[in-house]
Design a protein around this ligand. Structure first.
Ligand code: 2P0
Length: 321
């Protein structure tokens, strides 16, 4: 039996957003989403299963040991994987991100995707992507999308599928980092509060599938402007529903950056904004406009740095012993 494996996975950014869970077991999204997996930025995770069930699990994140208090969600996921993979021994996990934490690129997506794939391969389990994505989703919904490359759809049954190849739409994602440090409220709590308290929670649940369907059509047609408009509309609808419940991820620079993206459009450059559960603005641009868009965004006071990403590959095993 293989005991150790290393897997690589990349973060993703949703063009049509997931926000809200269905009231069923298994961490299932309430709305469909469509994302693009981002090459260039990666999580690398090594998992070793021991034969001894009495040993404790061990977890290192970016060279630092994480105990059960700080890494509770990951330890709970290791318990879940042990049950699903029929493994009894302890897990020894080392995981590293080559992109900065608090960069606005959810490391939970690439992290749970790489952890799931490495753990399954190390356990000698089959690693067909539907099964990897199904288990990864139960760590974090967006992780199911990082199992696959290019443009990925995640439906309301919780199943991820490849929607289009990475080269379907020439695209650059410019992540404009507007703050350091962790976000004030995690996604899981933010969406729960939105669904419990927002007067627009129902409106979001009704609108999101329509935006998603139209965005999928735009992608099939290779229509960058249509995809961009709908991606921005999805992010605005998601955040409007959250803000109405007091869940505000934006800061002042977020608003300035949004205005700059709209001014670019007014000036004739097709650039569109999307925002996740944090204050950073991710600008969608075409490759030929990337340098100019980057120059405009960099000049905004409060934009600390810009990370440039492109459509990339899904999760894969790097090596097994
Ligand atoms: C998305 N986000 O579709 C949305 C848009 C953030 C805003 O998926 O509770 O880490 O672990 O399923 O997947 C981030 O939330 O949340 C996310 P859980 P997840 O990308």
């Amino acid at each position: 039996m293989i005991r150790e494996a290393v897997a690589i996975a990349h973060p993703n950014v949703a063009l049509s957003k997931y926000w809200g869970k269905r009231d069923v077991p298994g961490n299932v999204p309430a709305v469909p989403s469509l994302s693009v997996t981002l090459g260039g930025l990666r999580t690398r995770t090594r998992v070793r299963w021991s034969d001894d069930p009495r040993e404790p699990d061990r977890l290192m994140l970016n060279g630092r040991a994480l105990d059960r208090t700080d890494g509770g969600r990951i330890y709970a996921f290791l318990d879940f994987l042990r049950r699903k993979l029929d493994v009894r021994g302890a897990a020894d996990v080392e995981t590293d991100n080559d992109f900065p934490t608090a960069s606005g690129l959810a490391s939970s997506a690439s992290g749970f995707a790489a952890l799931t794939l490495a753990a399954m391969h190390a356990a000698g389990a089959g690693t067909s992507w539907p099964r990897v994505a199904d288990l990864a989703r139960q760590g974090s919904v967006s992780a199911a999308r990082s199992v696959l490359g290019g443009f990925v759809e995640l439906d309301v049954a919780g199943a991820a599928r490849p929607f289009a190849a990475a080269d379907r739409l020439p695209l650059v994602v410019l992540v404009c980092v507007t703050a350091e440090g962790p976000k004030s409220i995690g996604s899981t709590d933010g969406m729960r509060i939105t669904m419990d308290r927002s007067p627009y929670g129902r409106a979001w649940l009704e609108t999101a599938p329509r935006i998603h369907a139209a965005l999928c059509d735009g992608l099939v047609a290779g229509d960058f402007a249509r995809v961009g408009e709908l991606a921005e509309a999805s992010a605005m609808a998601m955040h409007a529903s959250a803000i109405a419940a007091g869940v505000t991820y934006w800061n002042g620079v977020t608003v300035e950056a949004l205005a700059a993206v709209r001014a670019l459009r007014t000036g004739g450059t097709p650039a569109y904004a999307t925002i996740d559960a944090g204050p950073h603005v991710k600008v969608l641009a075409q490759p030929q406009d990337a340098a100019r868009v980057r120059g405009v965004m960099e000049a905004i006071p409060g934009v600390r740095r810009i990370i440039e990403a492109h459509p990339g590959e899904g999760a894969r095993v790097e090596g097994a012993t």
